[in-house]
Each structure stands twice: as C-alpha cells, then as structure tokens.
Design a protein around this ligand. Structure first.
Ligand code: ZN
Length: 161
C-alpha cells in the first residue's frame, strides 16, 4: 500500500477541492483501506468517520479517480435491519467479483439512498469523488463482500461519538 502520509495528503486535496473543511483532529482520523487486495489505486476507500453510534453513522468518503469500493451488502445484525446508506456509483464494473449493475450516476450534489441488504459498489469518475454518507450504525466487520479475498477485519470502522 502507498505510504499513509501520501494517501492522507491526496485525500485532503480532494476535501479541499470539494470545499469541505477538515479540522486538524479530523485529519488524524482519516482511515484508508485497500480491502486487503493490495491495489488501493483501483480498489479502496478513504474515509473520515464523524460519528458512528448504535443509532447513526456519518462519514465523509474520498474516492480517487476511477477508484472502486467493491461490491458488498450490509446484513442484518442482532435482528436489526442492515445498514441503510447513501453512497455514489458510476460507469463499468471493474474486472472481478461484481454481480449487480443498475447504474445510478450521481453528479455534483446528487444523492441516493440504498435499501438495507442491497448489494452495491461504487466507483469514482475520472476526477475522483467526495461522498458524504449518512447511515444507520456502520459495522464494517459484518459487511459481506462478493469477492471472498476481501479481508473485512481491515475494514472495521470504529465506534465514534
Ligand atoms: Zn456499503
């Protein structure tokens, strides 16, 4: 994986370009994942978790140009419905474990809400993307990815209040 400081600087440039103000404290909270596939330029995600409690979750996500968050869904946990979230997606699926395709193009300011338990993936266009995501609690370690090589323990999102 690329140097964390390099990834962090790149992510911060995207936030700046999107006029999203990131405090010094939030800067230190930027998380990166390559989903254990070792190719973060193509498959990965950068995120700041603003809040993640039992009832709600708010993230700011960065996708580098043409970077994809791979296909997955959020299963019900402890009898609670799976996470409902509002992400971004576009264009052709990358090679590999992608089984669903119903294109939803989100331009600047666009939004979309996924019903719980819906398989989804999302990909940035040529300029990359910054996505504000609001959902019920995020428990990344429970997410089910279509690509069985993906190590979800590396994707675990911290609880944050
Ligand atoms: Zn998701």
């Amino acid at each position: 994986m690329l140097e964390q400081s390099v990834l962090k600087q790149r992510a911060l440039e995207f936030f700046k370009k999107a006029d999203i103000v990131i405090t010094k404290e939030e800067e230190s909270l930027i998380e990166f994942t390559d989903f254990g596939l070792g190719d973060i330029e193509n498959t990965g995600l950068e995120a700041i978790v603003y809040v993640n409690t039992e009832r709600r979750c708010a993230n700011e996500l960065v996708l580098f140009p043409n970077q994809t968050c791979p296909e997955h869904y959020h299963p019900p946990i402890d009898g609670k419905e799976g996470k409902e979230e509002t992400p971004n997606r576009a264009v052709e699926p990358p090679e590999g474990a992608y089984t669903v395709f119903h294109e939803m193009i989100l331009n600047l300011g666009g939004q979309y809400t996924l019903p719980p338990c819906t398989k989804h993936w999302f990909r940035a266009g040529n300029e990359g993307a910054v996505v504000s995501e609001f959902s019920t609690q995020s428990r990344g370690e429970n997410d089910i990815f279509t690509d069985k090589r993906i190590d979800v323990t590396g994707y675990k999102q911290k609880e944050r209040k």
